[in-house]
Write a protein that binds this ligand. Structure first.
Ligand code: PXP
Length: 244
């Protein structure tokens, strides 16, 4: 089965644009729960540009679904994660000046640091996921340091599709397929996400090793027009159609 994790960060982005209490990302998480999401994903950024500490506290208390906390590998975030003990922790690279998470973690170059960083998180019972590109060296390093999960970055594939660069998109998709197969062979659970839309989700959902997709920005954008439940329902239908 392919799970859908709904990322609610950009409900908080809209809220923070005006400094009001609304729209409330926890309300979005509860709605996503009713609409059939399998998990809720939230990225607590160092600069708190969308999700706040209070949001994480409320998500941990108020939702029944597994919470997947995305965060940078910093001491502050490690403390927060150990306090809330979410079901899953996805480590992502973070640069203050970026608009969104632009690349994957360089696990191969930071093996020792990341192995030490994830050890207490694993001991606390969290499933640790590393957000990486499809390069074999990154996937092998993730397995070597004891991550349970890798999340493959689908942003480049989605951008190439939007830009109509179809040959390059297909090459990127083939590399993601090889990456998913390698990760699975090495015993890692394989997730994917970033930039996915109704148009791009099918070929990714069709990769047989994938167990979870994490999707946010497009679902929140679409919900302006159709409502969140309908957007989630349509995304699920497309995921299902990709896997007969
Ligand atoms: N997965 C990871 C690791 C991410 O960092 C993000 C963005 O926060 C997503 C999935 C969701 O990406 P999008 O909002 O583009 O669907």
């Amino acid at each position: 089965m392919l799970r859908l994790g709904v990322n609610i960060d950009h409900v908080a982005t809209i809220r923070n644009a005006r400094g009001t209490p609304w729209p409330d990302p926890v309300r979005a998480a509860l709605l996503a729960q009713q609409a059939g999401a399998d998990g809720i994903t939230a990225h607590l950024r160092e600069d708190r540009r969308h999700i706040s500490d209070r949001d994480i506290e409320r998500l941990a208390q108020e939702i029944r679904l597994p919470l997947n906390l995305e965060m940078a590998a910093t001491p502050e975030m490690q403390r927060i994660a150990l306090r809330h003990r979410p079901h899953a922790i996805c480590l992502v690279p973070e640069r203050r000046e970026e608009r969104t998470t632009e690349g994957g973690l360089d696990v191969a170059a930071n093996r020792a640091f990341l192995a030490d960083f994830i050890a207490p998180l694993r001991e606390a019972g969290a499933r640790v996921s590393l957000f990486i590109g499809h390069e074999p060296a990154q996937i092998e390093a993730a397995a070597e340091i004891g991550a349970a999960v890798v999340e493959l970055h689908t942003g480049a594939y989605c951008d190439l599709d939007t830009e109509g660069r179809l040959a390059e998109r297909d090459a990127e998709l083939a590399a993601l397929a090889r990456g998913a197969a390698l990760a699975d062979e090495l015993g890692l659970e394989v997730h994917a996400g970033h930039g996915l839309t109704f148009d791009t989700v099918g070929p990714i959902a069709a990769l047989p090793q994938l167990r979870e997709l994490n999707i946010g920005h497009f679902l929140i954008a679409e919900s302006v027009f159709t409502g969140l439940a309908a957007a989630i329902g349509e995304m699920r239908a497309r995921m299902k159609a990709a896997r007969p």
